[in-house]
Design a protein around this ligand. Sequence first.
Ligand SMILES: [Zn+2]
Length: 186
Amino acid sequence: MNPIRLMAKMTAKGLLIDGSGFGGGSVVITQHDVAGAMGMGKLPAEAVLVGRAKFSDDNQAQLSLAGWVQTEFRRVCMRNGWKADYCEGLATLCVFELVYPMRCSHCMGRGKTWQQEPEQADDGSLLRMADRWLVCKPCKGTGQSVLTVRNRAAIAKISKSRFSETWAARADDMMKTLYTLEDMVA
Ligand SMILES: [Zn+2]
C-alpha cells in the first residue's frame, strides 16, 4: 500500500479516512512520462517532487516530499520559536492533502449538480421550477472537499484543540506553498 496513504490511515484509524471518499482516480500518465517532462523544465527540486508525488503516484517521491516539508516546517518553527515536535505529523498531513484531495460527496467530484431553479415570467410570477446543471454550492465547483479538523489533527498527531488553535493555520500556509509549487509544475 501507498506509504503516505497508509500513514494517514493508521493515524486516523476509524475516522472514515479510507475508501471511496478519496479521488485517487486512474493514472493515465506513467511515472516515466512525468519525470521526463519535468526534467525538461527549470523547476526547483521541490517542485519536481510535488509533480512526481501528485501526478505519477510515485511513492518514493511522496516520501521524499514529506521529508522536504518536514524540514521546511522545522525551519519555520526554529525561526518563530515554535515547538518543533509536530513537524513529521504535519508533513504527512500536508502531503496527504496534496496528493489525495477528497472528492466532494455532494457532486461526487464533478463540481456541478442538477439544481432546481425558479423560472419566472416577464411579470415576475413563477412559471415553473426548472432543472439546471449548476455549480455545486458545498465545494464551490472545485469538486473537492476538505478533511475535517478532527481528521487533519489525527493525521498530524496533534490533539484536536491544539491543532485548531495553533497548527491548522500553519499547515494551511504550507499547503499554499505546495499549491504554488504544483502550479509551477502545471
Ligand atoms: Zn461539490
